[in-house]
Design a protein around this ligand. Structure first.
Ligand code: ADP
Ligand code: ZN
Length: 411
């Protein structure tokens, strides 16, 4: 910690200014409790530093950049030295090992290759453990399924939304996902997904669906992942010093309390990151896991603090809506949340029917609609109008799903 604090202070003007403003120097950080004095790094610092303001090395030493898709605001550019890429690859290899993937596996990587960190991150990690990588990238679902079948893919890596889409797409190709394919493990991340989605994917393919968490600012994927116990995501505590804070006051919370996840990267060369406010809400558990790993675990990330919708003063997380919808047998897993404002904030949920329900002529859709609205009301405590959609009418995604359309912002 002392080493990285010194390094960041000496090399990054933005960080030095923050220390000055807080009236401290690296010498003020002597004991572990002093970490709480270190100023936070925020998403705004990335915007302010765009494109090269957070660089801590001579640009000649940078061998690659990535940039986030900018789901929330400006793209964030991140840089890597050769050593940074090596560390990241090692962490990704660890992720594969933690999930139970071995050199005998055939890994079909369906994350986007390019500025997004998912593609190359999962690619290099799989190569490092000696698996056979099929760098399929996103898109062309028919070809993806052909590759899975012809190469006998045993591990797939993609966003959970795409995995859900594959559940129906594989069947549409006339294949039985359990009999005709050999997929045994899925590595899913880059967005929140529910336990119900996990169950659906696992049951359809007969695979273990593993949750993987990361973000561009912290190398990319590979910050944390589940082991086969599926009881929280192991964070690589030797590379990432983690804290949870109260998002309003910035105060460090005691162990086990849910709060904003804050991360210090202990070895980053091109771009040292001190106390990064991820905006993700997490709860950290320090007990040793059944699998024997002693790395701390974060419970599944339900969403970001800035994903939260405030509808007429009530806090609503999109994941709560998904949770309700996925428990209703008659509904498919494709939905969209629309927020509008007409005197009051209004929440409108569009959700597709399962094909067999939609095909039934005399089915009582009004009754189903009322039931969904009722279930949503009991969980969200506010009314949401529900629209039952025909199968295949809502957009399908290859990357991260965009479940929320907030039309209030455009006014
Ligand atoms: P962007 O910020 O443009 O979305 P990233 O790809 O870096 O770009 O996104 C990282 C964010 O994605 C995380 O901060 C988190 O909110 C979300 N995320 C990543 N993995 C998971 C996961 N397994 N569960 C929930 N959310 C996740
Ligand atoms: Zn474990």
């Amino acid at each position: 910690m002392k080493k990285i604090v010194n390094y960041a202070y000496r090399r990054v003007p933005i960080i030095r200014q923050k220390f000055k403003a807080a009236g401290i120097t690296p010498d003020s950080i002597r004991k572990i409790e002093d970490v709480a004095k270190i100023p936070f790094t925020t998403k705004e610092d990335f915007a302010q530093g765009y494109p090269f303001g957070l660089m801590a090395v001579n640009p000649e030493r940078v061998v690659r950049i990535h940039a986030s898709s900018g789901t929330t605001g400006k793209p964030k550019v991140v840089y890597y030295t050769r050593k940074d890429l090596e560390t990241w690859t090692r962490l990704m290899a660890r992720l594969y090992d933690c999930a139970g993937v071995t050199s005998k596996d055939i890994v079909q990587n369906m994350y986007g290759y390019g500025l997004f960190t998912g593609g190359l991150g999962f690619h290099y990690g799989a190569e490092r453990i000696g698996a056979m990588v099929v760098p399929a990238a996103t898109g062309n679902t028919k070809r993806q399924i052909m590759l899975m079948k012809d190469f006998g893919t045993t591990v797939i890596a993609c966003t959970p939304s795409y995995a859900l889409y594959l559940c129906e797409a594989v069947k549409a190709e006339g294949l039985d996902p359990r009999k005709d394919l050999r997929i045994r493990i899925g590595l899913f991340g880059a967005e929140p997904w529910s336990e119900e989605a996990r169950k659906k994917i696992q049951d359809t393919f007969g695979m273990l669906a593993i949750d993987c968490y990361g973000m561009s600012e912290l190398y990319g994927p590979g910050v944390a992942c589940e082991c086969p116990e599926q009881n929280g995501l192991h964070v690589w505590g030797d590379e990432f010093y983690i804290e949870t804070i109260d998002p309003d006051t910035g105060e460090v919370l005691e162990e086990g309390k849910e709060g904003e996840f804050v991360v210090t990267m202990l070895n980053r060369e091109a771009m040292p990151i001190l106390r990064y406010r991820t905006r993700d809400l997490a709860r950290v558990v320090w007990e040793e896991c059944e699998c024997g790993r002693q790395h701390p675990r974060i419970m599944r990330i339900k969403g970001r603090s800035d994903d939260m919708l405030i509808i007429g003063g009530v806090n609503v997380f999109p994941s709560q809506v998904e949770h309700v919808l996925m428990q209703i047998q008659e509904l498919a897993e494709f939905y969209q949340i629309l927020v509008t404002h007409d005197k009051l904030d209004r929440l409108h949920v569009q959700v597709e029917l399962k094909p067999d329900i939609a095909a039934k002529k005399d089915y009582d859709l009004a009754k189903l609609k009322a039931r969904v609205e009722n279930d949503l009301l009991s969980v969200l405590s506010i009314h949401a109008s529900v629209e039952l959609m025909q199968p295949g009418t809502l957009p399908r995604v290859e990357g991260k799903a965009k479940h929320v359309v907030d039309l209030r912002k455009k006014e």
